[in-house]
Ligand binder design. Structure first.
Ligand SMILES: NC(=O)c1ccc[n+]([C@@H]2O[C@H](COP(=O)([O-])OP(=O)(O)OC[C@H]3O[C@@H](n4cnc5c(N)ncnc54)[C@H](OP(=O)(O)O)[C@@H]3O)[C@@H](O)[C@H]2O)c1
Length: 340
């Protein structure tokens, strides 16, 4: 008889969560009650933010409890519904967790994957370029970064899921783009797959000089996914009235005590720069504004994306640590067994 494999948080990680912080259990496939649906998960999302979700420190979501199913965005198909709002067969997404099957209260479903956006595309895109990461790239760049034609836009983790999307939107907005990534393979990916005008490997011993050369007269928009030494180098290159979008801090596994580094104040002052944080949940009322153009650009061949697919839920426990080691080439997802 088929069972439900679930990944539970086993211990509270210090720093980056490793495979040993999770355990896999097998339980019976649950039955939905009144007002509930049963979803068969097809893809599970692996996101840098998960490190914060399992940490005891307060975050924008409460910490996952020890012994609970690991929180994750997922895409799945409704196989049974006891709620009038949802129908059997619909593809849906939301925080369904690291498990093969999920019984959900109807209100736990975030969105249905509508044909006008997803037709002909893999449902996994709802976890990346046509999901949280696309929403983030679109609104954080265009609303917070406010790029203008001719601007130089620097993107840290430029080969990653958010970063690659930001770089391509910036090109569509008429900007010159510079990607920063770890290693020559990812730098090449930035240029060749995602159309960055230049890309710099932050592991190069001459990184600061190479970045300066790539940025010409300076940086108008810095889209920061990492913080750390990459940001230290970019802040010294800001042009007058530069905008800095603080989207992620993946370079640091722990903020207690806060990591030390050069002060940015003088650069912000001299450049009259604006530094603003972005959290995607503030933009959940604007899904369509981002997903409709992103989907159209994909269909027109103007927006490329890559996925880093791991097959089977047994890969979930070690998958977050892998992100922090930069193993992923594109949006990291777990693909679960096909639909029968
Ligand atoms: N604010 C929001 O609402 C929001 C929403 C979604 C995502 N985010 C953030 O956006 C960022 C990118 O997320 P993503 O899902 O697209 O992940 P991603 O960029 O596809 O993957 C993470 C990448 O981080 C890089 N990295 C790891 N350690 C690093 C270090 N010490 N210094 C520099 N780079 C390092 C690695 O690439 P390399 O091999 O190049 O090092 C790794 O591949 C994350 O910080 C995430 O938290 C924020």
């Amino acid at each position: 008889m088929a069972t439900n494999r679930q990944v539970l948080l086993h211990s509270r990680p210090v720093g980056i969560p490793e495979a040993s912080d999770f355990r896999i259990v097998e339980t019976p496939i649950p039955e939905p009650g009144k007002g509930q649906v049963l979803v068969r998960n097809l893809f599970l999302s692996i996101d840098p933010a998960m490190r914060g979700w399992v940490n005891a420190a307060p975050n924008y979501l409460p910490p996952v409890e020890i012994g609970a199913v690991m929180r994750s965005f997922s895409v799945g198909r409704i196989v049974a519904s006891k709620d009038a709002r949802w129908r059997e067969g619909e593809l849906v997404t939301g925080l369904f967790g690291w498990q093969e099957w999920a019984v959900l209260d109807a209100g736990q479903i975030d969105r249905k994957l509508e044909d006008r956006i997803y037709k002909g595309l893999s449902p996994s895109t709802a976890l990346g370029v046509l999901g949280l990461n696309g929403l983030t790239a679109y609104h954080a760049l265009l609303e917070v970064g406010q790029p203008r034609p001719g601007d130089t836009v620097v993107v840290s983790s430029g080969a990653g899921s958010v970063g690659a999307c930001v770089g391509q939107i910036a090109k569509i907005a008429g900007c010159r783009t510079v990607g920063v990534a770890g290693g020559t393979t990812k730098a090449a990916l930035c240029r060749e797959a995602f159309g960055f005008d230049a890309a710099v490997d932050y592991r190069s011993p001459d990184f600061a000089a190479e970045l300066k050369a790539a940025c010409g007269t300076g940086v108008d928009v810095y889209f920061d996914n990492t913080s750390g030494p990459v940001s230290d180098a970019v802040f010294g290159l800001l042009r007058k009235r530069a905008r800095v979008v603080v989207c992620g801090t993946v370079a640091f596994a722990d903020w207690s005590p806060p990591p030390q580094g050069p002060r940015i104040d003088r650069h912000v002052l001299v450049a009259r720069a604006r530094v603003e944080g972005f959290v995607a949940t503030d933009w959940f009322h604007r899904w369509d504004d981002a997903l409709v153009p992103l989907s159209a650009w994909m269909r027109e061949g103007r927006l490329a994306h890559r996925e880093d697919i791991l097959d089977g839920i047994e890969h979930a426990p070690g998958s977050i640590a892998g992100l922090y080691r930069g193993e992923n080439l594109g949006k990291r997802v777990i693909r679960l067994a096909g639909e029968s």
